[in-house]
Design a protein around this ligand. Structure first.
Ligand SMILES: O=C(CO)[C@@H](O)[C@H](O)CF
Length: 536
């Protein structure tokens, strides 16, 4: 329920895969209001599962764009019914699921700029989209377009060096190429192409919002060093693409004032600023208040690393995006598919299904595990592309099994050594001021976090990231209020609640792992060579 009484605030929105969420954050950076509309539960008429439609080919995955519009209507109407005081909103920003795309039909801008405050948005935008089912990040139907794009720019590494990633099926440039090739009529009747983030910003702006550098880095189209569209990539994907995308802008840009539609219908102040929306992961980096040298480790079904990079080294794995809060720097995402499901399997096999026995095994085994190293990939890993379980003793000889407690430490040390090795492969460096922010299910296990601290040689803090994309968006809205003052983002958010210290490196940890990390890297390369077969 919204508190009564004036409370100047910023709103942070998240147009994610399964829901639209909003938080209201006051000047002391306290979250005092939140609400969400869950697509499957609250908008049954669209018939989504997990917010999407998986098509019969099993590869094409889309979401109805009007579902996103209707979800926004629903939240705003609910806030209005609860007497939320919109007049106190100084600025708003938001996030969108990355890579998804919205195709605005020719003439839609006229509708967007002339919205009637007497009607809901979705009633007025019904005919504004040339593609009604937007491709989203779970789509993997564009392998042909990925190969065409890489060939056009000189290969996978060339594309990664240019745009921060090799070609990925979900990346927007490849999705646009597919639509141009398979639905040229719709493409020719498209006057603007937005990301989900800039689409959402457009709804608040009442005109087309530009794509920000950070979310634009997830398209295989933006040159991340120069922050301009790559002409080679644009022309490889579709004709007249640059005019449909508009020019990208710094993520901290104020893209305009809120549309009069919201002033008249909901009571927003006419001067309420709209700060460029960005991708959900860049917004989460802002919400976690990651700083130079920090690393965020989300320990979930798959493990995801968020890195803050000064000098990125684009590679054939992972993704490098322009940094959402510091235009001079970058961020990177690395995904490890064998995360908690692998930890649970080894717990069941070697710790009698008990986390306390699992923890006891970690406490009773030494750092470095006597030189025993393990690689545990029961499903095909993507970082790197290995499958199966591979164990090596201190003499680097393959062994078929470890004793239970050694197996448990080998799993956890291996998972974290892999993270450090691949993060450093993208240009990440542990610094004296490095903080590791841990989140996700396994971050509740202090013994697992102790190994994380030891392997990285840095303190580990735990942080609740449930609303990180929304809260990060509200923080970015506050930062937008300081636009033009050069006030750094870290200054704007210094009042935010601090993460809690959970583990610090054991004495002697750096000696142990400085010796072990190169050995782990060598063995990983050995497994890769064996599984890929001898080089041609
Ligand atoms: O594809 C992804 C990042 O590259 C996902 O994390 C989406 O952003 C989820 F919405």
């Amino acid at each position: 329920m919204a508190e009564r009484g004036a409370r100047r605030c910023c709103l942070g929105w998240d147009f994610s895969t399964q829901q639209v969420k909003v938080v209201a954050v006051d000047a002391e950076l306290n979250v005092f209001y939140e609400d969400s509309v869950h697509f499957d539960r609250d908008l049954l008429e669209f018939g989504t599962q997990g917010g999407v439609h998986v098509h019969e080919d099993g590869l094409t995955v889309t979401s109805p764009v009007l579902m996103w519009v209707q979800a926004l209507d629903t939240i705003l109407e609910r806030m209005k019914a609860l007497d939320f005081d919109f007049s106190q909103v100084l600025a708003l920003s938001g996030a969108g699921q990355q890579h998804g795309s919205v195709f605005w039909k020719t003439g839609a801008s006229q509708v967007l700029t002339n919205l009637s405050p007497d009607l809901l948005l979705h009633k007025q935008l019904q005919a504004c989209f040339s593609i009604k089912d937007s491709p989203v990040w779970m789509d993997s139907s564009t392998i042909a377009q990925c190969r065409q794009l890489e060939a056009a720019v000189g290969g996978a590494q060339a594309l990664s060096s240019l745009t921060g990633s090799r070609a990925y099926e979900r990346f927007t440039g490849n999705q646009i190429a597919k639509i141009y090739q398979q639905n040229p009529e719709a493409y020719s009747h498209t006057e603007r192409i937005s990301l989900v983030s800039s689409f959402a910003a457009s709804l608040f702006l009442g005109s087309y919002s530009p794509i920000d550098y950070s979310d634009g880095s997830g398209m295989n189209l933006l040159q991340i060093q120069d922050k301009v569209w790559s002409q080679a990539c644009l022309s490889a994907c579709a004709p007249h693409l640059e005019e449909k995308l508009g020019s990208p802008v710094p993520s901290c840009s104020v893209v305009g004032a809120i549309s009069s539609y919201y002033v008249q219908r909901y009571g927003f102040p006419p001067g309420c600023k709209v700060v460029a929306f960005t991708g959900d992961n860049p917004a989460s980096l802002a919400g976690m208040r990651l700083e130079e040298g920090d690393i965020a480790v989300s320990l979930g079904t798959s493990d995801t690393l968020f890195l803050w990079l000064q000098e990125p080294m684009p590679a054939l794995e992972g993704h490098i995006f322009c940094n959402p809060v510091d235009p001079q720097h970058y961020m990177a995402l690395l995904c490890f598919k064998n995360g908690s499901l692998m930890r649970e399997k080894i717990r069941d096999e070697s710790a009698s299904c008990s986390w306390s026995d699992f923890s006891e095994a970690l406490r009773s085994t030494e750092m470095g595990n006597g030189g025993n190293l393990g690689f545990y990939f029961d499903i095909m890993e993507i970082t790197p592309e290995i499958i199966g379980r591979h164990r090596f003793n201190a003499e680097n000889l393959k062994v078929s099994a470890f004793p239970g407690d050694v197996e448990i430490r080998a799993l956890i040390e291996g998972q974290f050594m892999a993270k450090r090795i691949h993060a450093e492969g993208l240009g990440y460096r542990v610094m004296p001021k490095t903080k590791i922010l841990a989140t996700g299910g396994a971050s509740h296990n202090k013994d697992i976090l102790q190994v994380l601290a030891d392997v990285f040689g840095a303190p580990v803090y735990v942080i609740d990231t449930a609303n990180s994309a929304c809260v990060g968006s509200a923080y970015r809205a506050f930062h937008g209020l300081a636009a033009g003052t050069d006030l750094p983002f870290s200054e704007v958010v210094k009042l935010a609640p601090n993460p809690q210290l959970a583990a610090t490196p054991s004495s002697g940890a750096s000696q142990v792992y400085e010796a072990l990390l190169p050995q782990y890297a060598k063995l990983e390369q050995r497994i890769l060579a064996q599984t890929r077969g001898p080089p041609e």
